[in-house]
Structures are given as structure tokens and as C-alpha cells.
Design a protein around this ligand. Structure first.
Ligand SMILES: O=P(O)(O)OC[C@H]1O[C@H](OP(=O)(O)OP(=O)(O)O)[C@H](O)[C@@H]1O
Ligand SMILES: NC(=O)CC[C@H](N)C(=O)O
Ligand code: SF4
Ligand SMILES: [Mg+2]
Length: 473
């Protein structure tokens, strides 16, 4: 299975402790988080003494058919995961949660993010005799935990977390506790909620809405929370933290109805669109069109700020996503054509502004400009509600490699020519940060725009990983 998109999702995690329908609620929550990963999904549940798991490849109904979920239905504690691979091939052995059996107790583990020193840690562990079951970065935490000589379970977890670097939101299930941990930069989102008196955690609050849970708060960088029968223990594994939440979560990845720091992503995207309208200045246009789905909110914000009417000039066929044919550029262009089409009589003889949230390879923008012009649009101006995306991500989001990213090689003026637009305006890095601050952000990673990676990349294995994934090894 190949991706036609330049930008791909990451993973989603969920955990719940002490609920009669733990596995069923986990399934429902994973369904709400499906946009974060479509390659595989799983659930590990505990009956208070042992852990049991089910997982599979593909979308939820395929990965976890009813029978598999039913087999876990009587257990009160559970964790779940939807995967989009960043390290390790897209194959069953790498689908999470992982489940480990030991005479010291069972362990279930699920991870959203990407570790930047996993290879180094793994090589060292293998030199000492460890044998890994997967090619995933996430497995190293289980080995570090098992090896730790710290006195208590919590101290073992803290000791293990201190040895890994990168982006992580972990959910860890033992027979009688659920532990969640966020890395010291807080790159990935992780939220705490409550349903029917049971605590739950999720990558995004849309999972809480799906199960009728109340959103309590965002888990902070460096935090380790342990949930047991006695309630919740709130602690940290490091004293100093460096908040650097992923900007692309706000711009593109998270679902628009999710909330970060109690603000909806929808409102934040509208504000990004409105900031872009200010930066673009006066343009004589008849309508603003958002590229569905992720840019509809930004287009609304642009329209409100500029006073130019917002129309649904592009329609998306939501059944196109992946292809089994090798994704050369011709194939990608065909796939975008199948995915998006203009409303012909709306745009004919009109000057339009198109708002998208990002340009990665440029395939989408190039097609849209052409399609709108073929439909009779007189002028097509492109506005992007984020800065030029120039660099790959090492922290858990599958952005293309440098070679494929158009803005890593071309200037804005050259990209405008390449996509055939009458003008092209990106949001500036400063305005983007202003918007995030306005909505409670304490600091954002912007490395894919600026190249300032907040966490040192130790392994530098991205190109090999991409290759491995495409070959499916
Ligand atoms: O420059 P490109 O390589 O073409 O990639 C950029 C496009 O990909 C993403 O949308 P996506 O197709 O994922 O659809 P969505 O917005 O509905 O999620 C993004 O919102 C851009 O539209
Ligand atoms: N995108 C993610 O968060 C993936 C988690 C983990 N790095 C994996 O590849 O399975
Ligand atoms: S590099 Fe970009 S996509 Fe990756 S974590 Fe940072 S902001 Fe997010
Ligand atoms: Mg899009």
C-alpha cells in the first residue's frame, strides 16, 4: 500500500482505567482517532491479573473485527493504538499496543511519536543480549523498563523514560495500573479525561466526545501520570521541560473538533486563515475557496477577515486516499484529480482565492489551479495558512524527505510559477506563532518550516526508514 499524499498522519493512543466497558470504549475512541493512523490498530486489556491483546492491519473494522473486541469486553482496563508507521515497516509485528509477558507481570505499551535515539539504544541493548520482536522504535522502552534496577514500578518507568530521546506520548498498561507519559518537549498532544468516574487519556479530545467523556486537561511536557484503583498520581520524570508542541497538529493533523489547551482546532485554524488574509493584503477577488477537508476552517477565517464571500468551490471524494500502484508523479496527479473537483458554474469567469493549509510536493495546488482555470476561473490566487514547509519531520509525522518537498528546493516565486497560480502567499512564521500564543500555546516546534529542530536528531535514519516502509519489509 502506498501513499499518494505528501503529508501523512501519525498515530493515536487511548487508555482507560476502571470502567466496565473499557475495551468497547477504547474501540469507539480509536474510531474517533482513525484519522491519525490507518495502517493498523490494536487493544490490550487487563482483568486485574493478566493482559490480553488483539490487533490487526488496516482500518479499525478490518484490524479489530467484532469478535476480537468482544473477547476483551469483560476487562476493566485497556489501552489502544491506531498506527501510521514512522520507524519500522508497515506490518503486523509493528502494530501496537505491544504485549509482553513476564513472570514479573505483563506489560502493554503504545506510543505516538518517534524516538530519535532508538537505533542507538537498541544497538546497545542487542549488544547486551536483548532480542527484539519488532523493527519499531517504540519497543526500546519495554526493554529499558524490564532492565531497570530502580526500586518501584514508577521509578523504573521514570528511569527508562530518561534514556530515550525524541517525541513520545506513551500509554503503558500493567495488570493493576495505567501509566501515561509525555516527552519533555511535549511534541505530541495527550489529554486527560473522565467518564463515569473512570479516568481516560487520548491523543485528541475528539475521542472523549465519542465516548461521552469530559475533557479535564492537557498532559504537560515531562509529566508521568499513574492511574490505579486509588486514583491518579501526578508526577514528572524530569525537572526541566522545553515546550515544543508540533505546529502541524494545529495546522493540519488534529481533527477540527478536537481541543488543545481548551481551544478548538477549528477556531485556531480560522485564526490562521484570518492572519493570512491580513498578510496577503488587498486582492480583488469574487470568492474564497477552502481546499477540503482540512482547510475549510482557514478559508472561513480568511473570508471573515477580508470580507470576501466563502464558497464551496471544490468538492472532495472522500473514498480516495491510498493507491496500490507505485506512486510516481503521474499517478499522484491522477489520484488528486479523482479526489478533488471544482464546482464549474460557481467559478466560471470568477477571480478566486484558494486557501490550503500546506504545500508539500505541490501536487494538490498545481492540480487545483489547473482544474479551476479549466473550469473557467479568470484568476486563481493561492493562500497557504502556514509557512513554506521545507524540512522532513523526525518526531512522528510522515512528511516526505527533502528530495520530495518542493519548498526545500524552490523559492516562493518559483513555486508560484510551478503551480501556475496568479499569486502565492504563505503565512509568516512569526504570525503563525502569534496565533498559537493567542490560543494558550507555551511553545511550538516549527522545524519543518525553519529547520530549527528542538530535539537533536541522533539516529539520522529517515531516508532508510522511508525506503524500508515502501518495500514493506
Ligand atoms: O503538496 P501536496 O504534496 O499535494 O500535499 C499537500 C496537501 O495534502 C494535504 O491534504 P490531504 O490531501 O491530506 O487531504 P485533507 O486535507 O482532506 O486531509 C494538505 O492539506 C494539502 O492539501
Ligand atoms: N506515527 C507514530 O506515532 C508512530 C509510532 C512509532 N514510531 C511507529 O512507527 O510505530
Ligand atoms: S517538524 Fe513539523 S511536523 Fe514535525 S513535530 Fe515539528 S512542527 Fe510537527
Ligand atoms: Mg488538505
Amino acid at each position: 500500500m502506498y501513499d499518494i499524499k505528501g503529508l501523512n498522519e501519525e498515530c493515536g493512543v487511548f487508555g482507560i482505567y476502571g470502567h466496565d466497558s473499557a475495551a468497547t470504549l477504547t474501540y469507539m475512541a480509536l474510531h474517533a482517532l482513525q484519522h491519525r493512523g490507518q495502517e493498523g490498530a490494536g487493544i490490550v486489556a487487563s482483568n486485574g491479573e493478566n493482559l490480553f491483546g488483539a490487533r490487526g492491519m488496516g482500518l479499525l473494522p478490518e484490524a479489530l473485527p467484532e469478535q476480537k473486541v468482544k473477547s476483551l469486553a469483560s476487562y476493566k482496563n485497556a489501552i489502544g493504538h491506531v498506527r501510521y508507521a514512522t520507524t519500522g515497516a508497515s506490518e503486523l509485528s509493528n502494530v501496537q499496543p505491544f504485549l509482553f509477558k513476564s513472570h514479573k507481570g505483563d506489560l502493554g505499551l503504545a506510543h505516538n511519536g518517534n524516538l530519535v535515539n532508538a537505533k542507538k539504544v537498541r544497538d546497545a541493548l542487542e549488544d547486551e543480549g536483548a532480542i527484539f520482536q519488532t523493527s519499531s522504535d517504540s519497543e526500546v522502552l519495554a526493554h529499558l523498563l524490564a532492565k531497570s534496577k530502580a526500586a518501584t514500578r514508577k521509578d523504573k518507568i521514570k528511569h527508562a523514560l530518561k534514556q530515550i530521546k525524541g517525541a513520545f506520548a506513551f500509554v503503558i498498561l500493567h495488570e493493576d495500573s495505567l501509566t501515561v507519559a509525555l516527552d519533555d518537549h511535549g511534541v505530541r498532544p495527550l489529554m486527560l479525561g473522565e467518564v463515569d468516574g473512570a479516568y481516560c487519556v487520548a491523543s485528541e479530545t475528539c475521542a472523549f466526545h465519542a465516548i461521552g467523556a469530559t475533557y479535564i486537561r492537557d498532559i504537560m511536557p515531562g509529566e508521568v501520570l499513574t492511574i490505579t484503583e486509588d486514583g491518579i498520581d501526578e508526577d514528572r520524570y524530569v525537572d526541566t521541560t522545553y515546550p515544543n508542541m508540533c505546529s502541524m497538529e494545529y495546522i493540519y493533523f488534529a481533527r477540527a473538533d478536537s481541543e488543545f489547551h481548551q481551544n478548538s482546532i477549528y477556531r485556531i485554524r480560522k485564526a490562521l486563515g484570518s492572519a493570512l488574509a491580513e498578510e496577503m493584503g488587498d486582492i480583488d477577488a469574487d470568492m474564497v475557496i477552502g481546499v477540503p477537508d482540512s482547510s475549510l476552517a482557514a478559508a472561513k477565517g480568511f473570508s471573515a477577515q477580508s470580507g470576501i464571500i466563502n464558497e464551496q468551490g471544490l468538492l472532495k471524494n472522500r473514498y480516495v486516499g491510498r493507491t496500490f500502484i507505485t506512486p510516481d508523479q503521474v499517478m499522484r496527479e491522477r489520484a488528486v484529480r479523482m479526489k478533488l473537483s471544482p464546482v464549474y458554474d460557481l467559478v466560471k469567469d470568477k477571480k478566486v482565492i484558494v486557501i490550503d493549509d500546506s504545500i508539500v510536493r505541490g501536487t494538490t495546488s498545481k492540480y487545483i489551479v489547473q482544474a479551476l482555470k479549466n473550469a473557467g476561473a479568470k484568476e486563481v490566487h493561492m493562500g497557504i495558512s502556514s509557512p513554506p514547509l521545507k524540512n522532513p519531520c523526525y518526531y512522528g509525522i510522515d512528511v516526505s524527505t527533502h528530495a520530495e518537498i518542493i519548498a526545500s528546493k524552490k523559492s516562493v516565486a518559483e513555486i508560484r510559477v510551478e503551480i501556475g497560480a496568479d499569486s502565492l502567499t504563505y503565512l509568516s512564521v512569526d504570525r503563525m506563532h502569534d496565533v498559537f500564543k493567542q490560543f494558550g500555546s507555551r511553545g511550538q516546534c516549527d522545524a519543518c518550516f525553519t529547520g530549527n529542530y528542538p530535539i537533536e536528531i541522533i539516529d539520522h535514519i529517515l531516508p532508510q526508514e522511508k525506503d524500508r516502509k515502501v518495500k514493506g519489509v
